[in-house]
Design a binder for this molecule. Structure first.
Ligand SMILES: [Zn+2]
Length: 287
């Protein structure tokens, strides 16, 4: 079965379902008007998809073909049974996305573009694909290196793509899952509360929880921090938190303009977390 043929239908279907669910069971209170944000996020996402369709997808498929014909890549070094190659390929794809996300936060030029995703003043399913097209363009190089170095099969690539897109929508979603269920899911997956903390205005919290599908990479690299209650989180980037920052033209031109102090609000204050909360164990998912 060619999973990739069904991908757009599954993604759009899941988007609609999550959009309805988060409206009835919201996790965090909204700060901005939904409809204006939705129009903006869909416009930015449309550019994300167009760019991905013409650059990322053909380049990654080309690299995949090249690596399988050589054969080239880590997974060809040992003769493994097909199922273990599938699992290893799946895990390596997710681990490399973790590193790519970390680089997007640590390298200033990448952060200029990734910041456009983070300045959304609310976090919901519509934030899921709201990435600056420049970030997508830059990720093309990463995808070619990633796919060639790992050398996974087309089936692994397609299966991961589906899970990646689905979990990206789910963990951006503003859906209040029962805490016990989410704690259970969060033993394996990146969940809405975990990713909500990644979108906090507090610098140390933005620079935590980088995982996309599995939460293990954050645990392994000590970047996991899930002890912040959602009611205490202000979503966005402090330096870009005015309504004017979240219009189409300012958002699209943001990476090319002089950058502000990301972590300071327009009134000069730097969002911080009170010490009592920081004493909670970082690995216990808070409400
Ligand atoms: Zn990020």
């Amino acid at each position: 079965m060619d999973l990739s043929a069904y991908l757009p239908v599954i993604v759009v279907g899941l988007f609609v379902v999550l959009f309805v669910v988060e409206k009835f069971f919201p996790l965090r209170e909204r700060r901005a008007g939904l409809w204006a944000r939705l129009v903006l996020n869909l416009a930015i996402s449309a550019l994300t998809f167009l760019t991905a369709m013409f650059t990322v997808k053909p380049s990654a498929l080309h690299a995949l073909n090249w690596a399988s014909q050589k054969p080239f890549g880590l997974l060809h070094l040992a003769s493994l049974p097909e199922w273990s190659r599938f699992i290893a390929g799946f895990l390596l794809l997710d681990l490399s996305f973790y590193y790519w996300h970390v680089l997007n936060h640590k390298i200033p030029v990448l952060w200029r573009f990734h910041n456009v995703h983070h300045i959304d003043p609310d976090l919901d399913v519509s934030t899921g694909f709201r990435f600056h097209f420049g970030e997508v363009l830059l990720s093309t190089f990463f995808r070619v290196v990633q796919v060639s170095l790992i050398g996974m099969s087309f089936a692994t690539f397609a299966a991961y793509e589906l899970v990646f897109q689905a979990n990206t929508l789910v963990h951006h979603c503003n859906w209040r899952l029962p805490i016990r269920l989410e704690r259970l899911l969060n033993r394996v997956l990146v969940t809405p509360r975990m990713h909500g903390i990644h979108h906090s205005q507090v610098r140390g919290e933005t620079n935590s929880n980088f995982g996309v599908v599995f939460c293990w990479w954050d645990k392994l690299h000590h970047t996991l921090g899930v002890n912040i209650p959602q009611s205490r989180i202000e979503i966005g980037i402090a330096g870009y938190s005015t309504p004017e920052d979240n219009r189409l033209w300012p958002a699209l031109t943001l990476p090319f303009r002089r950058q502000r102090d990301y972590w300071r609000k327009p009134d000069g204050k730097i969002p911080e977390r009170d010490a009592a909360l920081l004493e909670q164990p970082r690995t216990k998912l808070a409400e």
